[in-house]
Design a protein around this ligand. Structure first.
Ligand SMILES: [Fe+2]
Length: 223
């Protein structure tokens, strides 16, 4: 992705979050220059990859296969000193944009429709292995305290305020109808380097063409 496209998406997200009255922590608004002044006290942000994150999943077409995220809090599976066992993200999904099938082996997560004007569609399958959907077995889901099974490939539709809990090993893809949505994710510790099993070969962080200066850093810029 071009840095100019990333800058534009972050500025749009800031406007949308303001409109939705969702306030972000101060580090969301640090410039690259501000980051240089932040010492080791802030290593939790860098190590646990808190902050702006957007991805085209290696598709080269963010508007079709992509997701915009901001990680508000997270633990760390590989830091022995880490005591945090949970994570929270805010996500923005645009019409026409899909987050492709994947599952997590370590993380159990809830995806929440936090608002906007539309419905979130979450399509689920069990997994036979990393790259194979289980097209026969019903899938256990929990939707706001209702634990039940849906057919393989069922689409669970979530209105604003509704949420789904996804078990480990359950393939999920999601998209919205025709209006931009604000989603929440509440989960166990998130590790995007090791715990995303995509049905098709995908990248998790975008390759960036630096066509202008970064307004804000992405989590993938910390290293
Ligand atoms: Fe997921």
């Amino acid at each position: 992705m071009k840095r100019s496209e990333i800058n534009r998406n972050i500025l749009d997200a800031i406007d949308f979050l303001r409109e939705m009255k969702f306030a972000l922590p101060p580090f969301a608004f640090w410039s690259p220059g501000d980051w240089e002044t932040k010492g080791s006290e802030y290593d939790e942000i860098r190590r646990n990859l808190l902050g702006w994150d957007l991805t085209d999943f290696g598709s080269g077409d963010f508007n079709r296969i992509g997701l915009f995220l901001f990680t508000i809090r997270n633990g760390n599976l590989f830091d022995p000193g880490n005591k945090k066992t949970y994570a929270e993200k805010i996500l923005i999904v645009n019409p026409g944009q899909v987050t492709p099938y994947h599952y997590h082996q370590s993380k159990m997560e809830d995806i929440i429709n936090r608002g906007g004007k539309g419905v979130l569609n979450v399509q689920v399958y069990g997994s036979l292995d990393e790259h194979t959907l289980d097209k026969k077995s019903p899938v256990p889901v929990a939707v706001d305290g209702r634990n039940y099974r849906v057919d393989a490939g069922a689409i669970v539709r979530l209105k604003p305020g509704e949420s789904i809990s996804l078990h480990r090993g359950v393939f999920h893809q999601f998209w919205c109808d025709d209006a931009k949505l604000l989603l929440g994710e509440v989960s166990m510790v998130n590790d995007d380097k090791t715990d995303n099993y995509f049905l098709e070969e995908r990248g998790r962080f975008p390759a960036i063409t630096e066509d202008e200066a970064a307004r804000y850093l992405l989590v993938s810029d910390y290293v």
